[in-house]
Design a protein. Structure first.
Length: 229
């Protein structure tokens, strides 16, 4: 019984959303009041973590979380002194714009690996200096924007059977099964230079749920708290 209670305490204690933000080196300028922000609709993929430990994609969960995060991001920007318009990636996958959106995803994954992960890249050691290149000027020209704000989310939720098995294993002293979790990052890109001027990662416990408006709002509140906007 004590072990089960301790387990429940750990789950609730881990429910807090944690963030880790970074700013570009060499004093990249903060967007001036009235700057035009292109809000790229969040890219979200969620899955269910089965009893066997396999991730099975859930399109319905992903769609709900995407809509919730998008609404929360728009609300966050309305509270700031900038103009913004939105880009739906589903309408811009072809041509140059589609290439730039995929480039950002690749750069974002690299940032997670080399600036937050355990992989040590000599050129990025103790520095945050990332760019998408001057090609992003095409995005700025087409959408009349100075900066682009990207949001990218991934996560998994345990199935009911996996949760039951996890409690049983804990009671038997056989260790704790992973329950999944959620992670999102946001990045602000200067569309004149291509530099990533700000990047923030938010991680939440399985009890935080971006499929619900309240859970998505908590994610966005955390990730945008100290954004340079």
């Amino acid at each position: 019984m004590f072990r089960a209670l301790a387990l429940c305490f750990c789950l609730f204690a881990a429910a807090c959303t944690t963030t880790d933000q970074k700013f570009a080196d060499r004093g990249a300028p903060r967007p001036a009041p009235g700057a035009r922000i292109l809000l790229v609709e969040p890219d979200v993929q969620l899955s269910v973590l089965t009893m066997a430990g396999l991730d099975e994609p859930r399109a319905d969960w992903s769609k709900s979380a995407q809509a919730n995060l998008d609404a929360a991001m728009q609300a966050a920007l309305r509270q700031r002194s900038h103009q913004f318009r939105e880009l739906d990636p589903a309408t811009a996958q072809e041509g140059r714009i589609g290439q730039l959106l995929r480039l950002h995803e690749a750069v974002g994954r690299s940032i997670l690996a080399f600036s937050y992960g355990q992989i040590d890249l000599p050129t990025k050691r103790r520095r945050f200096d990332w760019t998408l290149g001057e090609g992003v000027q095409a995005l700025g020209r087409q959408y009349d924007a100075d900066y682009a704000l990207f949001t990218y989310g991934r996560g998994s939720y345990s199935s009911g059977g996996r949760k039951v098995a996890m409690v049983g294993m804990a009671l038997l002293g056989a260790g704790i099964m992973p329950l999944g979790g959620q992670e999102a990052f946001a990045s602000l890109v200067d569309l004149r230079t291509g530099r990533v001027v700000w990047f923030n990662v938010a991680k939440a416990a399985p009890t935080a749920d971006m499929r619900d408006p309240e859970g998505a709002q908590a994610f966005v509140d955390a990730i945008m708290k100290d954004a340079p906007l």
